[in-house]
Design a protein around this ligand. Structure first.
Ligand code: F6R
Ligand code: FE2
Length: 189
């Protein structure tokens, strides 16, 4: 009736959690996500890099229980746009989440269902509270892997559909050697 308490080993340098479930997202898995589709196609054909890896420890989808996962988001760009995670609402949209940045540099785009966006920079030690109802995507704005831990309700689930179709209302680019958060030219409210 009681679950057995458990501990896990996180390698802070690599972001890998031992005995977890590994998921790999390559650039080819992200068709339609980046603004510059020509640059996306070229890079997919050239090297199809791994954009991010996730190491997750997940329970059955039950209210009250918790999952956690590290993400290793690699440095890179498609055109001017920095590499990012797909981004999602939770399938149960009122489920919140906590992110803890461990290594590298980046940030989080958050967005309401109405398309109002926020950008929060992240560096090692940054803790982000993702409130209920906000979609979230992380972006690597640095030159080394950006690694963070996320803790989320076991019954949160993922709803990728809306973001896959519409994206975020803001994008994060490098221009004149600077990180800029600008309006997404393809955004339709
Ligand atoms: O927010 C969560 C879980 O709710 C993170 O563990 C992400 O799942 C991970 O950073 C990959 O990003 P996505 O591909 O899921 O957007
Ligand atoms: Fe999430």
């Amino acid at each position: 009736m009681y679950k057995e308490p458990a501990s896990f080993k996180l390698d802070i340098e690599s972001g890998v959690i031992e005995d977890s479930k590994r998921l790999v997202r390559r650039l080819s898995d992200m068709k339609g996500y980046f603004v510059d589709e020509e640059a996306w196609k070229e890079l997919v054909e050239k090297e199809n890099p791994v954009v991010y890896e996730v190491y997750a420890v997940e329970q059955e989808e039950r209210e009250g229980d918790l999952n956690f996962a590290t993400t290793i988001l690699y440095p890179g760009k498609v055109g001017k746009e920095f590499f990012f995670t797909k981004g999602h609402f939770h399938a149960k949209p009122d489920r919140a989440e906590v992110y803890v940045a461990l290594k590298g540099r980046g940030g989080m785009l958050l967005q309401t269902p109405e398309g109002e966006a926020r950008w929060i920079p992240m560096e090692p030690g940054t803790i982000i509270y993702v409130p209920p109802y906000w979609a979230h995507r992380t972006v690597n704005t640095g030159r080394e892997p950006f690694i963070f831990l996320a803790i989320y309700p076991a019954d949160a689930g993922h709803d990728y559909g809306t973001i896959a179709k519409k994206g975020f209302s803001k994008i994060v680019i490098e221009e004149d050697g600077e990180v800029k958060v600008i309006n997404n030219p393809r955004w339709k409210a």
